[in-house]
Design a protein around this ligand. Sequence first.
Ligand code: ATP
Ligand code: MG
Length: 393
Amino acid sequence: MKFHTFLIKYGEIGIKGKNRYLFEDALVRQIRRSLKEVEGSFEVYKSQARIYVDVEGDYDYDEVVGQLQKVFGIVGICPVVREKNDDFENLKKVVVDYMQETYGDKAFTFKVEARRAKKAYPKTSMEINCDLGEAILMAMPNTQVDVHKPEVKLNVEVRQDIYIYSTIIKGPGGMPVGTNGSAMLLLSGGIDSPVAGYLIAKRGVALEATYFHAPPYTSERAKKKVVDLAKIVSSYAGEIKLHVVNFTDIQLYIYDKCPHDELTIIMRRYMMKIAEHFAKENGCLGLITGESIGQVASQTMQSLAATNEVCTLPVYRPLIGFDKQEIVEISEKIETYETSIQPFEDCCTIFVAKHPVTKPRIDIIKKSEEKLSEKIDDLVKEAIESAEIIRVN
Ligand code: ATP
Ligand code: MG
């Protein structure tokens, strides 16, 4: 069947009172962005508290639906048959064809729900409901009308054209990106951080990202993997400005000066500081990590407290209470998993101690960091100034 329009249903954003139009406009922008790369001609517009995507000419249905399913803020996508000829006998035929093609000879209960935006139409909504219902019953003997709890609700909207639809494809929910400021994601090549970025973006937050690598200990391929992950996340979140920081000298210096069981914690504290620098420079309102309580030594409650202590911006950890398997399931769903499990080294794992502290004390960590006082400020400055910026979309 050929669908000419998609009616976009949105939930939460419908209840934002006076700011509602801001959310709707953001959603329209995000829908346009998502369809930019898709072959076909699309017109996205608001009309009477609804959003529509009209399609002209040929297009790939699965591709369009797939793209729309990545736009946060969309709760449902209704593929619509749009009929230009508003003669009622013709409409009956089109509606019956629609029902037969969509449901075959299945047995189900239904109800017709007509709405007239064009008040000049010669039939009332009630008459349209009855007459179309009757036509369907005659053509599809396995069906029954149930006006209270129908299995299928057939919507017929008489506007300039007539819109016919009955199916709702689930959207991702959430809020349109750009309606809730921006935040800086610490993005590694692992499974967790892309999922963390996805979940925060789902609430309308635009993303920037920082990746720390340690050439030559980490390879170009490891970096490419992170860019690839950013690309997948950006298919939901929109453009991501990725800061790639060369962390080698800082890591070597920490390795040289500090107790090895504290390496990871101290390193992570510097990562947070540098990421926060870029966050503030770019107006981000928080940091995001993929940490989850107890997952590894650097994510015990004590370690998280020690890492957190260097930050002044809020740190959002959307996975904090998730088990690994739950995180894996989301990463599979959002299609970052296959990329995340590619076996490339991460800078965290290269200088890792055999027995890292699991209950670091902040006073002791700070004491160890004093041993870095000679050069660390210069090294941090150098790392910030030499960072490479990649715009991923
Ligand atoms: P992930 O699967 O996301 O790599 P992880 O379980 O391996 O997480 P850690 O290596 O302890 O956990 O890292 C915890 C968090 O710190 C990551 O989720 C990420 O937000 C951040 N992080 C770790 N390594 C890097 C890196 N090289 N660059 C940027 N951020 C990093
Ligand atoms: Mg990691």
